[in-house]
Ligand binder design. Structure first.
Ligand SMILES: *[C@@H]1O[C@H](CO)[C@@H](O)[C@H](O)[C@H]1NC(C)=O
Ligand SMILES: *[C@@H]1O[C@H](CO)[C@@H](O)[C@H](O)[C@H]1NC(C)=O
Ligand SMILES: *[C@@H]1O[C@H](CO)[C@@H](O)[C@H](O)[C@H]1NC(C)=O
Ligand SMILES: *[C@@H]1O[C@H](CO)[C@@H](O)[C@H](O)[C@H]1NC(C)=O
Ligand SMILES: *[C@@H]1O[C@H](CO)[C@@H](O)[C@H](O)[C@H]1NC(C)=O
Ligand SMILES: *[C@@H]1O[C@H](CO)[C@@H](O)[C@H](O)[C@H]1NC(C)=O
Ligand SMILES: *[C@@H]1O[C@H](CO)[C@@H](O)[C@H](O)[C@H]1NC(C)=O
Ligand SMILES: *[C@@H]1O[C@H](CO)[C@@H](O)[C@H](O)[C@H]1NC(C)=O
Length: 437
């Protein structure tokens, strides 16, 4: 399995040579498809053709060279970490067990599910993926209690900050809560990336703030997601889209992740410090891990030094489940059962990201001066890794096989079906919130 997922196996199987410009544009486009909010799909992308494959493994054309995370130590002492996060039970270690009670909402009872994640409506034929619940090894995880949640949230404001996975997460919460009280949308930005809702009878404000890098970023993509230039990242300036609102927030779920894998030029102290994936530019390759660590340090520093004290959940990276290819080369995810613990290895880039996340989180959480900050870890990476069955796959589109059972469609093995396994992330949020774990 592991080798099927690694980029190097891709190169072996694909000998399609594509010109630099073409692959560059397509990578930008495919990335846009997967990570942008509008998820604009263009017929330019032809899956199953190995478009970005190239014969030279060191070639700059390869969007994401295989990272060797050897230099990144996994924060080994889990038992120590767990003691801090949870006295009695580590909520994030366990397994998925069968549960036939079914989802708390459906495509009929929730009206805010993004089309590309509405697997039921889009005709996904199987429903077994809805019959599992997360069972922490040493305790039970109660189901999200929307009445209790809304009671706690009277007069409060809550925001999810991050990329399209954060949007995926907020929609799950909206769907769960809307079984008790419908949300009223009170704001959206021009591109419908940031949104705000109100639960009027509880005076509870819920929002999602689009900030995929969490720091200031200049992204040069046109309406079709074609990138005309590298992303410019300001590694030492947090994105004021979220920092400006921070003082009004009581609860925050913040996360980074996959956007850091993109080609980018890194700026620090007002100078170009280096880049990631930008061979040919005469710049120092610093690696995405450099930028990610730096950004998380800024984020935690801001949160811990800010006079305003919010309750902050830091969510770890979400794994994807593309098999026999990646998102740009015909990868798919058609499994219909969860994995058991140990049945699948985390991809190297996810390992690297999670290791940085845990290290930086732990550094800030354990500093004596930060004790009063309510910073909580939502370590959903491993439990999500066990759910290859929870993605839209081809059902990111409405009835993709209606015309032709052999249609070649772009698969989404990164975002999660709604309802789906991501609903458990909210069970975990609720449990941490209710029992102060
Ligand atoms: C991890 O920390 C615990 C508690 O501090 C300690 O008992 C244990 O020996 C440590 N394990 C490793 C592998 O360092
Ligand atoms: C919900 O999905 C079912 C198929 O599972 C479909 O028949 C129904 O029309 C969908 N309803 C809405 C409102 O999308
Ligand atoms: C919510 O705010 C209103 C108006 O300020 C106040 O009357 C009410 O007591 C508050 N409720 C809670 C639970 O804090
Ligand atoms: C709603 O909550 C806000 C923020 O806590 C408070 O200022 C406001 O008075 C509340 N409004 C009502 C109608 O309770
Ligand atoms: C930026 O400044 C900080 C401290 O002022 C320094 O530690 C860091 O090395 C500088 N970075 C660059 C790329 O010059
Ligand atoms: C690359 O950058 C270095 C240092 O800035 C400079 O000395 C060198 O001339 C540059 N090389 C090219 C080919 O531009
Ligand atoms: C998934 O798709 C592959 C390739 O089309 C096929 O060989 C395999 O049997 C499928 N697996 C399932 C569980 O449908
Ligand atoms: C696709 O396959 C199903 C089951 O094999 C069949 O009932 C259906 O008619 C096919 N649809 C098309 C468009 O060929």
């Amino acid at each position: 399995m592991r080798s099927d997922l690694s980029p190097s196996s891709l190169y072996k199987h694909n000998h399609v040579f594509v010109k630099f410009a073409v692959s560059f544009l397509l990578v930008g486009l495919a990335f846009r498809i997967l990570f942008s909010d509008s998820f604009i799909f263009s017929s330019v992308v032809e899956p199953h053709t190995g478009l970005v494959a190239n014969e030279e493994a060191e070639s700059p054309l390869i969007p994401f060279p295989l990272q060797t995370p050897d230099s990144v130590d996994f924060p080994g002492n889990d038992s120590q970490r767990f003691q801090k996060v949870a006295e009695k039970c580590d909520l994030f270690v366990g397994s998925w067990v069968e549960d036939f009670s079914g989802p708390v909402y459906t495509n009929e009872s929730c009206h805010v599910i993004e089309g590309h994640q509405n697997c039921m409506r889009n005709g996904r034929p199987d429903s077994g993926y809805l019959q599992w619940r997360w069972k922490p090894r040493d305790c039970e995880l109660p189901r999200f209690n929307p009445e209790k949640f809304l009671d706690i949230m009277k007069n409060k404001s809550w925001a999810f900050i991050g990329d399209s996975i954060s949007r995926n997460h907020v929609q799950s919460l909206l769907c769960i809560l809307s079984q008790v009280e419908p949300a009223v949308e009170i704001y959206h930005d021009e591109e419908y990336r940031s949104k705000r809702w109100k639960f009027l009878s509880h005076n509870f404000t819920l929002s999602v703030i689009w900030s995929p890098f969490l720091v200031k970023a200049a992204i040069f993509e046109d309406m079709n997601g074609v990138s005309s230039s590298e992303i410019q990242l300001d590694l030492d300036s947090l994105d004021n889209k979220w920092t400006d609102q921070y003082n009004n927030l009581d609860y925050v779920v913040i996360a980074g992740g996959k956007w850091f894998l993109k080609t980018a030029i890194y700026h620090e102290n007002s100078t170009v410090a280096g880049c990631h994936n930008c061979a040919g530019k005469n710049l120092t390759e610093l690696g995405f891990d450099y930028a990610y660590r730096k950004v998380l340090q800024q984020v935690f520093d801001f949160i811990t030094k800010c006079d305003h004290k919010a309750t902050v959940f830091f969510r770890t990276t979400t794994p994807d489940h593309f098999e026999n290819g990646e998102w740009f080369s015909g990868g798919y995810c058609n499994r219909t059962l969860p994995f058991k613990e140990g049945e699948i290895d985390m991809k190297d880039e996810d390992k690297t990201m999670r290791a940085i996340e845990l290290q930086e989180f732990e550094k800030f959480a354990s500093a004596r001066s930060n004790q009063e900050v309510n910073l909580k870890l939502l370590d959903t990476t491993s439990l999500s890794l066990l759910r290859p069955d929870g993605h839209p796959g081809p059902y990111r589109q409405f009835h993709p096989f209606a015309e032709d059972n052999n249609s070649e469609v772009q698969n989404d093995c990164l975002h999660w079906c709604l309802p789906g396994p991501i609903d458990s992330w909210n069970d975990l949020v609720m449990e941490v919130l209710a029992n102060g774990r």
